[in-house]
Design a protein around this ligand. Structure first.
Ligand code: DHK
Length: 153
């Protein structure tokens, strides 16, 4: 985590199987690891004057709890819900409950893939969605959320 007293906190959440980045279907997700994504996010956040708390879990309940904990603590959420994008009403409800700017990220272009990936429950709670830009999507999402946070203040 990088943080300073004056920097708005953005929580960057990663869902199931993203711990396998770099090993998992590299023709779809690329060769960068989740550690590389964290470095990219930390560098981008620092340049934007944001603090980040970067996390990954394979558990739906843990992801829901982490979203709930953002209320009153974070200025915004960047989330790659991974497989839970397409299945989790609970995650959608949690994101709606925290009432924060939310940027949804998918490394791959979910619309060029299996039909079941074309719908994301999470998108109903998202301010914006970035997909198909590889891991640079996280940097784009942080840039967008910095603008949202500044305009909300
Ligand atoms: C990651 C996953 O794990 C998939 O379940 C989603 C998303 C797509 C991504 O592109 O980052 O369908």
């Amino acid at each position: 985590m990088s943080q300073s007293a004056s920097s708005p906190l953005i929580v960057v959440l990663n869902g199931p199987n993203l711990n396998m980045l770099g090993l998992r279907q590299p023709h779809i997700y690329g060769s960068d690891t989740l550690d590389d994504v964290e470095v990219l996010c930390a560098e981008t956040a620092e340049a934007l004057g944001l603090a980040i708390d970067f996390r990954q879990t394979n558990g739906e309940g843990e992801l829901v709890t982490w979203v709930q904990e953002c209320r009153g603590r974070a200025a915004g959420i960047v989330i790659n819900p991974a497989g839970y994008s397409h299945t989790s009403v609970a995650l959608l409800d949690a994101l709606l409950a925290v009432d924060l700017p939310v940027m949804e990220v998918h490394i791959s272009n979910i619309h060029r893939r299996d039909a079941f990936r074309h719908h994301s429950y999470v998108s109903q709670a998202a301010t914006g969605v970035i997909c198909g830009c590889g891991i640079q999507g996280y940097a784009l999402a942080l840039t967008a959320i910095a603008d949202l946070v500044q305009n909300r203040a």
